[in-house]
Design a binder for this molecule. Structure first.
Ligand SMILES: Cc1cc2nc3c(=O)[nH]c(=O)nc-3n(C[C@H](O)[C@H](O)[C@H](O)COP(=O)(O)O)c2cc1C
Length: 198
């Protein structure tokens, strides 16, 4: 059975990100996949300490973080998964702070010993897994995709964990209503994205 790990960086229940991830999960489960969703707003991820203990030893396996929180279970799930959904709203031109905090903790996926100028991706030579990247914004989607850092950050996250991005959804003009509902226009795109993943 194909295992999918979805990481959701939205702050609110049933916002557009939740609705998109849930809709994708329904499609994927209907296609026989197992989907595990990590809601970062409810999940214990402390900030990175920049100590780089996790980056010192070589190898394709993630390094060991000195912090004792939910990251160990999340990294295990990432390692066991076949593919990923990486989702965050666009806040202040970027992924949300909780998603950014996760990105910094993914330093375990870098080999960067003291004395080396820049990190190497541990999964650089490994066979690529598949990822979908999902965001939304007040601006029109096409603009948001290029204007903001979100798409680049989500792609960087995929690269860190050894995945190639096989599809993306950037739902724009979604911030007018207090309780937005997923626009009908994006439902076919969600079904198509699910097919690309499994
Ligand atoms: C603090 C904050 C900052 C935001 N910054 C941006 C922004 O820089 N550009 C933009 O187009 N939309 C911005 N938005 C709108 C959100 O991207 C939009 O409401 C998003 O769909 C919310 O996702 P959610 O429904 O999962 O919470 C911002 C919203 C908030 C609350």
């Amino acid at each position: 059975m194909v295992k999918v790990v979805a990481i959701n960086g939205s702050y609110r229940d049933n916002g557009i990100t939740d609705q998109t991830v849930e809709a994708l999960a329904r499609e994927l489960r209907a296609a026989g996949a197992e989907v595990e969703i990590f809601l970062l707003r409810d999940y214990p991820v402390e900030s990175c300490l920049n100590c780089r203990v996790c980056t010192q030893k070589p190898g394709a396996a993630p390094g060991e973080c000195v912090r004792r929180d939910g990251m160990h279970a999340l990294i295990d799930a990432i390692e066991r998964a076949d593919c990923y959904i990486l989702a965050s709203p666009t806040n202040c031109g970027s992924v949300t702070a909780v998603f950014q905090r996760l990105m910094e903790r993914l330093a375990v996926y870098a080999y960067w010993p003291w004395g080396m100028n820049a990190p190497q991706y541990r999964k650089g030579k490994a066979p690529k897994k598949k990822a979908l990247v999902i965001s939304s914004c007040a601006a029109p989607g096409i603009l948001g995709r290029w204007l903001f850092g979100t798409a680049r950050q989500l792609r960087m996250t995929a690269k860190m964990i050894g995945a190639e991005v096989v599809g993306s959804l950037f739902t724009g003009m979604i911030a007018k209503d207090q309780y937005p509902t997923l626009p009908e226009r994006v439902r076919p795109a969600i079904a198509a994205l699910a097919r690309r993943l499994v």
